[in-house]
Ligand binder design. Structure first.
Ligand code: GLU
Length: 275
C-alpha cells in the first residue's frame, strides 16, 4: 500500500489537514506500506516557500515520517505537458478564452442562476467550437470536451448511466490553466500514477472531483487507485475549516502547548499507531 498527503503551500495547515495526513499515514503504516508527501505548488502566484517549510515542520511535529526527496509539482511541468499533448492530439481538448464574467453571463438563465460543479459554475461550452487543429496552444486555458472524452473511453463499463451526470454536473473542466500549464485535476492524476499511489485518502470535499480523475486515468491509460473520502473536520459552528482559520492552525496549537496526542484526540483518531 502506498498512500500520500498532498497539501498546497498556500497557507498554514489546520486540524483538517492534520486529520487527513494522520489518516493516510496510519493507514499505510498499519498495512506495512509507505506514506508519501507531495507538495502541490502549481499555483505559483499563491505558493510560498515559508508555507512549504511550515508543512514539513508541522508534519514532523505530528510524528509523521516520509521518504525524501519530496515530489513537488512545480518540477513536473514536462510530465503534464506530455499528457496535454496526448489529449490534444486526440481532439479531446479545446482552447478557452472566457473569463469568469463571460462564463457567468453565458451560464445563467434569467430565472435559474448557474449550475455549480466541482470547480464552480458548470462551463456553458462557449469556446467548444474553437479550432482543435495545429500545435497545442500554450497561451490559453485548455478544457476537456467531456462528451468526446466519455465517448473515447469504454464508459459503459465504468459509468453506465453516470455519463449524463458527468456532462450535466461536471462539464468541460479546465485541464490547463493559462499561465500555469496544468490544472489541479491533471496534475493530481499524473502524480498519483507516477508515485504509484494505491490508496488516495482525502476529504469528502473532493468526492465530486473523483469521477474526473477516474476518467482521466482511463484516457491516459493510468491505473485507478482506491479512493477513501474521509469526513471533514468542522469548527464549532459546523463550518468546514479554511486555510485562513488561523485559530485551528496546527502551529497555533503547537505554540499554545498542545501535544501531537492532543491533536489526534481533537480530530478523533486513535492515539497509538502501528510503527
Ligand atoms: N492539494 C489538494 C489540497 O490541498 C489536495 C489534493 C488531493 O488530495 O487530491 O486540497
Amino acid at each position: 500500500m502506498i498512500t500520500r498527503f498532498a497539501p498546497s503551500p498556500t497557507g498554514p495547515l489546520h486540524l483538517g489537514h492534520a486529520y487527513s495526513a494522520l489518516f493516510a499515514h496510519d493507514m499505510a503504516r498499519a498495512a506495512g506500506g509507505t506514506f508519501l508527501l507531495r507538495i502541490e505548488d502549481i499555483d505559483q502566484s499563491r505558493a510560498r516557500p515559508e508555507w512549504e517549510s511550515q508543512i514539513y515542520d508541522d508534519l514532523a511535529w505530528l510524528g509523521l515520517t516520509w521518504p525524501t526527496p519530496v515530489m513537488r509539482q512545480s518540477d513536473r511541468l514536462p510530465a503534464y505537458a506530455a499528457a496535454l499533448d496526448t489529449l490534444w492530439a486526440r481532439g479531446l481538448l479545446y482552447p478557452c478564452t472566457c473569463n469568469r464574467r463571460d462564463i457567468l453571463a453565458a451560464a445563467s438563465a434569467p430565472q435559474e442562476g448557474a449550475a455549480m460543479g466541482p470547480d464552480g459554475i458548470i462551463y456553458p461550452g462557449t469556446c467548444r467550437v474553437q479550432s482543435r487543429t495545429g500545435p497545442r496552444p500554450l497561451d490559453t486555458a485548455l478544457r476537456l470536451d467531456m462528451n468526446k472524452a466519455l465517448q473515447a473511453v469504454d464508459t459503459e463499463t465504468f459509468y453506465g448511466a453516470g455519463n449524463q451526470h458527468m456532462t450535466d454536473n461536471i462539464g468541460d473542466v479546465v485541464l490547463s490553466r493559462r499561465d500555469m500549464g496544468t490544472s489541479y485535476h491533471l496534475s493530481v492524476v499524473i502524480d498519483d500514477a507516477a508515485q504509484q499511489i494505491t490508496d488516495v485518502v482525502r476529504g469528502a470535499d473532493l468526492r465530486e472531483a473523483t469521477p474526473i480523475h477516474v476518467l482521466l486515468q482511463h484516457l491516459l491509460q493510468l491505473p485507478t487507485p482506491t479512493y477513501h473520502h474521509h469526513r471533514l473536520i468542522r469548527d464549532d459552528a459546523g463550518k468546514r475549516l479554511a486555510k485562513r482559520d488561523d485559530a485551528r492552525a496546527i502551529a497555533t496549537y503547537r505554540e499554545g502547548g498542545a501535544t501531537p496526542a492532543d491533536i489526534r484526540q481533537l480530530v478523533g483518531l486513535p492515539l497509538h499507531l502501528a510503527k
